[in-house]
Every structure is written in C-alpha cells, then in structure tokens.
Design a protein around this ligand. Sequence first.
Ligand code: ADP
Ligand code: ADP
Ligand code: ZN
Length: 229
Amino acid sequence: MDILENSIIKECMSMNIILMGPPGAGKGTQATKLVNKYGLTQISTGDLFRKALSEQTKYGVIAKYFMQFGHLVPDDYTIEMVREYLKENTFENGFILDGFPRTIVQARELESIAKEFNFTIDAIINLDIPQEKLVSRLSGRRTCKNCGTTFHVEFNPPKVTGVCDKCGGELYQREDESVEAVTVRLDTYNKQTRPLIDYYTMKGTIININGDQPMEDVFKDIEKSLEGK
Ligand code: ADP
Ligand code: ADP
Ligand code: ZN
C-alpha cells in the first residue's frame, strides 16, 4: 500500500519548490530526499558556482572571490546563471531551487523569469533552526568531491570515514567552512537573506518547517506540507 501510495504521488507530482534556510539548515539534505522520492531536479546555486569554479568558467572566476570569504555573489551574475540554467534544461517532474533566491532582488527577478518561461513556484519551504545550532552543522559537514552528497561527522557519518557512501568519492571540507567564513556567511544570511522570510510571509506563500529535528522528521513534515498542495 505504501509503495502504491508513493508511486501515485510520484506520478501526479510535478511541482516547483523553493527551499530556503540559513547555511547549514539542511537544504541540500532535504533536497536530495525530494529528488529521490519525487524525481524533482535539484538546482543548487552553491553547487553550480562550485562546478563553475572547478571548470574555470566565467561564473566560477567571478564567484571565487565572493564565495571564499562567505559573501554572496552579486545579484546580476547569480540571476544570469540561474536564468541560463532554467532556459537550457527541462524539468519533467519539476525542480527545487536550493539556495536561490537569497536576496529580495533575486526573488523579484525570479518572478519575472517565471512569467517569461511560463512556470509557477508551487511551494516555498523555509527551514527554521536556531542560529547556535548552525556552526556545529557547518563545521562537521563533509562533501563528496565527486557527486556533491553531504555527510556530517557526527549527525550523519559515512559508513567509511572520508568516503562517500553513494559513489565511493573522497569527502572534503569546503573552503568556506572555516570559522571566519562561517561567521561571515551567517551574518550575510541575517542581513541579506532573512528579509526574504517577511517578503514571502506577506505574500502568504511561505511554509515554515522546524529544521531542528532529525533529518527524517524534517522530511516527513515537508512531505505533509506538500501533500496538502
Ligand atoms: P550553504 O549550503 O551553506 O547554504 P551554498 O552551497 O548554497 O551554501 O552556497 C555557497 C556560496 O555560494 C554562498 O556563500 C555564496 O557565496 C554563493 N551563493 C550560493 N547561492 C547564492 C545566491 N543565490 N546568491 C548569491 N550567492 C550565492
Ligand atoms: P544546507 O544545504 O542548508 O547548507 P546541508 O543539507 O548541507 O545544509 O546540512 C548541513 C550539515 O548538517 C550537513 O553535514 C548535514 O549532514 C547535516 N544535517 C542536515 N540536516 C540535519 C538534521 N536534521 N540534523 C542534524 N544534522 C543535519
Ligand atoms: Zn559521492
């Protein structure tokens, strides 16, 4: 029955989601679960910038200087990159924007891109978590060099230390995960991204989820909120 129900949801579901929350809130972790269960495509601007950086493309060269110190990449480049990505790809079952928008300017631009490309944003999910929990989440995060899957040394350890469960790739600690960069990133979030919560709350479209609970419970709450859509 469970399998049948899941497959029905899977077949029927085509929705575009924005996943918001401070650095370390669990956006990437929950996005992966949504991808696996519903076949959505994850669009992580952080991952796109890191890929651009490793491939030394235009966006990577620009992003490097902002990312390494924990600042946001300027809006115009970020918007241009997302716009290109949305234009060049198709999303059969919908997509999850993970880490975009991060400013009010980006949110407004997304609205005009949606009109232009004729899609809707069906759910805006905000992972809510006390600030003091974020530093340990970020400092313990380990990311796969090969596939980008994230682990946590304490909360979600890989089966073999330093090795990705999914693809066997090497796990590393991100350059912007130093105490200094993390402090700047949290500050940047509070100044530039947190105001988006009010922006979407006023539009009446935000779903607040308690991100301060075990990963599976966060996911259950997200699923419940989406089933009502
Ligand atoms: P986290 O998972 O910790 O929230 P991300 O991987 O999403 O971090 O982002 C890493 C970095 O990439 C950010 O600190 C920022 O420099 C850049 N970045 C990602 N998304 C955006 C965005 N929407 N606007 C500007 N910069 C961004
Ligand atoms: P974000 O994409 O929002 O920056 P991540 O999904 O990368 O966040 O999660 C940050 C770190 O915290 C990762 O190491 C991840 O394994 C861990 N993590 C994610 N969700 C939880 C949770 N609910 N409880 C404990 N640790 C978590
Ligand atoms: Zn991997």
